[in-house]
Design a protein around this ligand. Sequence first.
Ligand code: PMV
Length: 370
Amino acid sequence: MTEKDFIPHNYTINIESGSFTWQSPSNIALVKYWGKKENQIPENPSISFTLNTCKTTTTLSFSKKENNDEFSFGIYLDDEKKDDFKPKIETFFKRIENYLPFLKDYHFTIETSNSFPHSSGIASSASGMSALALCLMSIEKQLIESNVSLSAVEGLFDNDYFNKKASFLARLGSGSACRSIEGDLIVWGNHKNIEGSSDLFGIKYPYKVHENFKNYQDTILLVDKGEKQVSSTVGHNLMHNHPFAQERFKQANNNLIKLTDVFKTGDLKAFTEIVESEALSLHAMMMTSLPYYILMKPNTLEIINKIWAFRKETNSNVCFTLDAGANVHILYPEQEAEQVMKFIQNELVAHCQNGHYICDRIGYGSEQML
Ligand code: PMV
């Protein structure tokens, strides 16, 4: 598929107003996306677990407006007007206008809330942008289905197209958001060994996944709830002219091949090695950018060292990953949940800000609520 496949034919619309609500989860990358080309095209493919508990609920209400020469919208987080979110949404609308030509015909009200606290250091961009993209897709679906006889749209607006275009749009809001439409394991970025993979949208991992990964657990330790000092946008840009960029992109491609093997065999030791190496490579890119920076905190390292010591002592399969921040995602198989939770409570919670952590696990993707 190419970008052109997401440009709709003219709608001969007449829908005055309406509203849709979607709930969309966050995701955690196992092989990381870090570095992008123009138009949010990733430099390397990535793969993630879709989460279950950390999610955003968004209601998008729309009503026809008189003039259609500019975007018009209001945005609310937990019923509070959030004008500081407007530039991000405006940029998003500009990027997707070509693919959703109705955007300037309506005034939109975006009401959003997160299942996790706003100041938790958990990025809401993946769940937030995917939830908004899904609401917009519901409008487009309605515009098409109410005007064309159903037989003519059959195949065009099937679930597969709907999800692909939602992922395509979400990507233009925030790259990793394209991995939040479906679950439970999502690949984004073209990889020659993964059939159907694309730089334009996320797809469900198409091969067999071993029982060991069923209901995998992710306990997110909130080490630092503050705003990051360096945004992901700046971080991605620092991969241009980065001395290790090409090697890093190669490494990610190789790690994805290795993971396909791990998913087949269920080898949890190999899983740990790939996932932890990916997390540390991501942060190594930050430390070797110019300007260089560090997002990990002393407690991030304390936690990592304790995980390594615990694994040595117990032969547990607990491992960690990091996103672009100080918080630590603790990943482990469901069968080890009791033992790992005890370890977290006894040894790791002390390193969390105010003792806070979130128990999450692998999830199955977004859901339409209304
Ligand atoms: O989607 P962005 O632009 O916020 O970038 C996210 C990048 C990482 O979370 C660090 C890695 C990933 O693949 O999710």
